[in-house]
Ligand binder design. Structure first.
Ligand SMILES: Cc1cc2nc3c(=O)[nH]c(=O)nc-3n(C[C@H](O)[C@H](O)[C@H](O)COP(=O)(O)O)c2cc1C
Length: 411
């Protein structure tokens, strides 16, 4: 079968809400685009829809029971594990409040919830429920947990509910077309950065003061690597300049390894010369020891004083002669997330700044997720909840792609 989703394996989980009938149309549309769809229905879903509809449309028998092990062709098969192992994407539509709660709480008491325990993020979740259920603190807390783990929970639709007495509000399942658009975004990423030469910096720097000792910081490089990999998948020609991060170079792009702030400056400025855009996610040391010795310094009695000097400000240098090129910076903040970041955005001539919290429970440094505020040169602020860094990377690149289209349209 040809189509945008040809060869893609999708597990479509359907839980027991009135919107389950819309999942039939979603299964049809996914199949028409070439996807191999395996429907998994909860017991409650069976009260709303017939498995036969899914079977006819997808050509596969839906699974709805854990025992006897459905979907297994041999004794000992464990389809609740093998299905997610082979799936390109797990979609849950509609996702009831109950299912969301079980997913967030790690409960596996039926086939769908057990399967979700082994689903790699991101699973795509389309909630559907009464507006008061959606607004409940329990559901909101569970949604937040899923987002933090890198799953993609769609915003439910606003409008009239299934029954007039339920009134209007937020809780309707997103329409199958909107879900399909998200599936396409995950499985057939847009090539909206094609033609862009992009330089990304990542990781910490090391500033040596003798043969074996150096000053550094807690940056892991995960944010910059996620940005570089995602930008390459979206068609950009990426040069990743990485400090000592200990991460493997992402496929499909050029990774240049550097150690000190001075080396990072040299590599970044060389790549910046003929780049269209730069994302500076590295935590470059602001200071380095004024003197570094080639030998190992012997310990002596009493305190040791190291004199530090400023390193060059790479971002400011890039911003100075920016022209039409797009420049994105990061600000690591321990206090007010936006105040200092706005200042930095202006001082360094950036188009966009990503302010990350780097203290307390929300600390982004070294973690897999981050709490961020994105601020544009025009002053527009977008506050994000704590998200996995690949999800945050995708949001940052959406904004970069939008700015890139604007730049291209004025050329
Ligand atoms: C007529 C009817 C409609 C329902 N619609 C929804 C709904 O839209 N969303 C929801 O979260 N629960 C809804 N429920 C409640 C769920 O079916 C119930 O919580 C069930 O335990 C969910 O099981 P599951 O998550 O395993 O599918 C509805 C129940 C009934 C009787």
């Amino acid at each position: 079968m040809s189509g945008a989703l040809a060869g893609k394996r999708i597990v479509l989980g359907v839980s027991g809400g009135i919107a389950a009938y819309k999942a039939i149309d979603l299964a049809r549309q996914l199949t028409l685009l070439g996807a191999e769809v395996q429907a998994v229905l909860t017991r409650s879903a069976l009260a709303f829809v017939q498995p036969l509809s899914f079977e006819v449309l997808t050509g596969r028998t839906p699974i709805s029971r854990m025992f006897p092990i459905e979907g297994a062709s041999h004794p000992g098969d464990m389809p609740h594990i093998s299905l997610t192992g082979h799936a390109d994407l797990v979609v849950v539509a509609p996702a009831t409040a109950n299912l969301i709660g079980k997913f967030a709480g790690g409960i596996g008491d039926d086939f769908l919830s057990t399967l979700l325990l082994s689903a790699r993020p991101p699973a795509l979740v389309a909630p559907a429920m009464n507006p008061r259920m959606w607004a409940s603190p329990a559901v909101q807390e569970n949604v937040r947990k899923l987002k933090e783990r890198g799953h993609f929970v769609m915003e439910p639709g606003v409008g009239r509910m299934a029954r007039a007495e339920e009134g209007e509000g937020s809780g309707r399942m997103p329409e199958p077309e909107a879900i399909l658009a998200e599936v396409l975004r995950f499985l057939a990423p847009p090539h909206d950065l094609a033609g862009m030469r992009l330089v990304v910096s990542a990781g910490p720097t090391r500033e040596r003061w003798d043969a074996v000792r150096y000053l550094t910081n807690r940056s892991s490089g995960k944010m910059g690597y996620a940005l570089a990999a995602a930008a390459a998948a979206r068609g950009a020609e990426v040069t990743l300049v990485s400090g000592p991060a200990g991460l493997p170079g992402p496929p499909g792009l050029r990774t240049m390894r550097v150690e000190s702030a001075a080396e990072m400056r040299e590599a970044v400025l060389a790549a910046w010369k003929d780049a269209h855009a730069g994302i500076m996610a590295a935590a470059v040391s602001d200071y380095r020891p004024a003197r570094a010795t080639v030998h190992k310094q012997k310990k002596k009695e009493g305190p040791l004083t190291l004199t530090l000097e400023r390193t060059a400000d790479i971002l400011a240098e890039m911003g100075k002669k920016k022209g039409k090129r797009l420049l994105v910076g990061f600000a690591a903040e321990t206090g007010d997330l936006t105040k200092n970041a706005k200042d930095k955005l202006r001082r360094k001539g950036l188009d966009l700044i990503v302010a990350n919290r780097v203290a307390g429970e929300e600390d982004a440094m070294g973690a897999d997720s981050a709490t961020a505020v994105l601020i544009r040169a025009g002053g527009k602020e977008e506050h994000f909840p704590r998200l996995r860094k690949d999800a945050l990377a995708s949001a940052i690149l959406d904004r970069l792609a939008e700015m890139w289209q604007k730049v291209k349209s004025t050329e």
